[in-house]
Write a protein that binds this ligand. Sequence first.
Ligand code: SF4
Ligand code: SF4
Length: 249
Amino acid sequence: MNTTFSCVGCGKCCNDHHVPLTLPEARMWAADGGQVIVLVEAFLSNGLGLPVQQREHAERRSTLVRSADADAYVAITFAAYNVGPCRNLDEDNLCRIYERRPLVCRIYPMEINPHIPLNPVIKECPPESWEKGPELIVGGELVDRELAELIQRSRQSDRDDIQMKDAVCALLGIRTTALKGDGFTAYLPDMVEFAAIIDDLAGQTLPQWGSEWLFHVSGDDVAEQVMASGAQVAMGTPENYSFISLRVA
Ligand code: SF4
Ligand code: SF4
């Protein structure tokens, strides 16, 4: 079935959505006085934590790290920390930085992950936005070439930025990840420090960050699987992060 779409400007996608940012966008967000949340997830090289069909996409946006005796692929997302309305949303539901709004704001409601098909039911856009407007998906294919190009740019940024993000995380002391599918570890770094680290690293040849990663998991059963894979599990209460569990109750 084909999908039509036209944004009705309801502003819902600008509320309570942590908007993934490219590295330059994250630096811009900090310069504007905003808060960036760092979300981390990883899968193990033996495939633990990874749906098989997503391996190529997930590997390409990750960096290979060590955790005890295991290799792991860590994916790091810098996102605008939007609890409630985005700081750039005005009283008329218009974006104050529309001309320089982040890439992902331009892409919504489309998905970035090629393995996740667009599902209008789970999107914030109200029913009327799907009832009119130009065709978006025809025969399963995205027909808006400009939008397709933005999605490719976003995916490429994920790949291009990952080493730098890993370096920024190393210098911020971020070295605990969640297992992909089990949750995320979430950090709210000091933005002055965050910006200074990005500026210091800019243009440098990045060294190998040899530091070890730990896994924070949702329960003993997952911990057993992670340890059986040779990786190390974080013990005790998180000090500089929170754990967002994806575990189904
Ligand atoms: S930057 Fe603009 S478009 Fe993006 S979430 Fe904020 S208000 Fe919405
Ligand atoms: S939720 Fe959908 S319809 Fe509403 S402003 Fe965002 S993109 Fe437009």
